[in-house]
Ligand binder design. Structure first.
Ligand SMILES: C[S@@+](CC[C@H](N)C(=O)[O-])C[C@H]1O[C@@H](n2cnc3c(N)ncnc32)[C@H](O)[C@@H]1O
Length: 217
């Protein structure tokens, strides 16, 4: 049986030091290609105005933008420390991304603003995922698509410790475990999705995690 969820945080990654360490970790994940970008592209997000929720240091969205060349790229991030790093990384990529401080549960955007909404590795930190799903519905244009990827809590003992010991830098390892314990199973997530305005979306589980995809009808 899978152990119950342990809530991690509802404030995101706020400390400058943790944000710097996370930047190093996320860069390593980008270099390995373990970042949800393939799932986002496969879900049909292929340009237009794109929003990323919880971009952290920004690599996932910047890699996606490099592939799909959006008309505009916006990140909604709760942590000012992460925004500073993402802005620096976007300058290095040469991508005119705009990062806005905000909470996915109440986003500072008009209705029907985006063609695609993506997020990786942030869902398990959202205090109320259904509220974020409803916000995604609100800010998407009709026919717009979303793809949310995250880890899943039921990967099992072996994979957990395989990932734990290969996670670098080492300082991130306790954070990996607390994030894993805060993440969802496919069944839990499908239930939450079905109780939101994104009902009709699909939750798929893979080796490491979950991806949630669909379209605004
Ligand atoms: C584990 S990091 C993942 C960062 C990045 N997406 C990646 O895959 O490398 C989660 C990010 O989501 C942000 N976050 C957490 N809760 C949020 C919320 N409610 N609204 C916006 N951002 C949030 C955190 O501050 C952090 O930067």
């Amino acid at each position: 049986m899978t152990a119950a969820r342990i809530i991690e945080t509802n404030e995101g990654i706020q400390s400058e030091v943790t944000a710097e360490i996370f930047d190093e970790f996320a860069k390593g994940m980008r270099d390995k290609g373990w970042n949800g970008v393939a799932e986002m592209m496969a879900s049909g997000i292929n340009g237009g105005d794109i929003l990323e929720i919880g971009p952290g240091p920004g690599y996932v969205g910047l890699e996606l933008a490099k592939q799909v060349n959006p008309r505009s790229f916006t990140g909604c991030e709760i942590s000012p420390a992460m925004i500073r790093i993402a802005e620096k990384n976007a300058r290095e990529y040469g991508i005119p991304a705009r990062y806005v401080q905000g909470n996915g549960m109440n986003m500072p955007f008009e209705d029907d603003t985006f063609d695609g909404v993506v997020s990786n590795g942030s869902l398990h930190e959202w205090e109320n995922p259904v509220q974020v799903f409803n916000e995604i519905y609100r800010v998407l244009r009709m026919g717009g698509r979303y793809c949310i990827t995250d880890m899943r809590r039921d990967i099992g003992f072996l994979k957990k410790y395989m990932i734990y010991f290969s996670t670098k830098p080492k300082e991130i390892r306790p954070g990996f475990l607390s994030s894993l314990y805060a993440s969802y199973t496919q069944e839990e997530m499908q239930k939450l999705l079905n109780s939101s305005r994104l009902k009709g979306g699909v939750v798929v589980k893979d080796f490491m995690g979950l991806s949630i995809t669909g379209e605004k009808h």
